[in-house]
Design a protein around this ligand. Structure first.
Ligand code: SAM
Length: 280
């Protein structure tokens, strides 16, 4: 069966619509889910119509969940060079991590906010299409050995490029370490700070009524086609306060029309004016 036809079946029988994801990876990923579950076409269609647990696993199989603590470590000082001056004058501010996966980006950001004395003023929201990833985000429990390397590499970056004078972080303030079970677990004050919510960026409904000072959406839109990307940029534009900041992934950039709605400053995009309109 043609995968485009399968995506239509999925759209009709489930809340999920992947028809505007970019073609090249999604076909391969559907085939992998089918092979891993040893399914015939009839079984695939039957499970798609009737098995909610299978659909949750399928969503995880179709989407890419890769993430890291302080992913692209050298970019964080650049982000904060732009973010910090904007946030330090505010009494409260809202940050949304859209497509947060297991939450490593969210904890990385909360750690830097805490180091800078800003965490108490922050409201932190994290959304993802996958309920399982959100449970993981709320648990804040990650592999120790792998992340030890990530944290060391971020420490090296900080030494070279301090963030507002911070050139080292004692990560034991933020994680309990269970080396025997190869685990680090975020401390409660961080885990309790983040509000997680299941939200599908494909859908028209906004995730929140409130507006945001910063929206992180890194390494998510790269899997969407240009039409769907534009729709999400417009939604982010509407959800940001004037001069709000949007942060995309290292290999993602705005093109065409949306370059006039956001001004690029280093690795971040700043909303240029308060003119709102509806994406057609
Ligand atoms: C590669 S991870 C990126 C995680 C993190 N932002 C980072 O850069 O490390 C992409 C995440 O986007 C989520 N995602 C994919 N499609 C989505 C959608 N339509 N709505 C919300 N989240 C989506 C996936 O479930 C996955 O957790």
């Amino acid at each position: 069966m043609d995968f485009k036809h399968y995506l239509q079946v999925l759209k009709e029988h489930t809340p999920y619509d992947f028809s505007d994801y970019s073609d090249n990876s999604i076909n391969r990923r559907i085939q992998k889910v089918v092979a891993d579950n040893n399914l015939s076409i009839e079984e695939l269609l039957d499970k798609t119509r009737n098995d909610k647990g299978f659909i949750e696993r399928l969503v995880e199989g179709i989407t890419v969940n890769t993430t890291e603590l302080f992913r692209d470590p050298e970019l964080w000082p650049n982000f904060y060079e732009r973010i910090f001056p904007m946030l330090k004058g505010k009494k409260t501010f809202n940050i949304w991590h859209a497509g947060c996966s297991s939450g490593m980006e969210v904890y990385s950001n909360m750690i830097l906010l805490h180091e800078l004395g800003l965490l108490d003023r922050a409201r932190i929201y994290a959304t993802d299409i996958s309920a399982n990833m959100l449970r993981h985000c709320k648990r804040g429990s990650y592999q120790y050995q792998f992340n030890k390397k990530q944290l060391s590499s971020f420490k090296r970056v900080l030494k070279k490029s301090p963030i507002n004078g911070i050139d080292d972080i004692d990560f034991s303030k933020y994680f309990d370490i269970d080396a025997g079970n190869d685990k680090i677990i975020a401390k409660d004050f961080l885990r309790n700070k983040v509000e997680v919510r299941q939200h599908d960026l494909v859908k028209d409904d906004a995730a929140f009524y409130n507006k945001f000072d910063i929206i992180f959406c890194r390494n998510v839109l790269i899997y969407f086609n240009a039409k769907l990307q534009s729709k999400v940029y417009q939604m982010f534009y509407n959800q940001l306060y004037p001069k709000g900041i949007m942060i995309l992934g290292n290999h993602e950039s705005l093109t065409g029309f949306y370059n006039t709605k956001f001004k690029k400053s280093g690795p971040v995009y700043i909303k240029t004016n308060a003119f709102n309109f509806k994406y057609q």
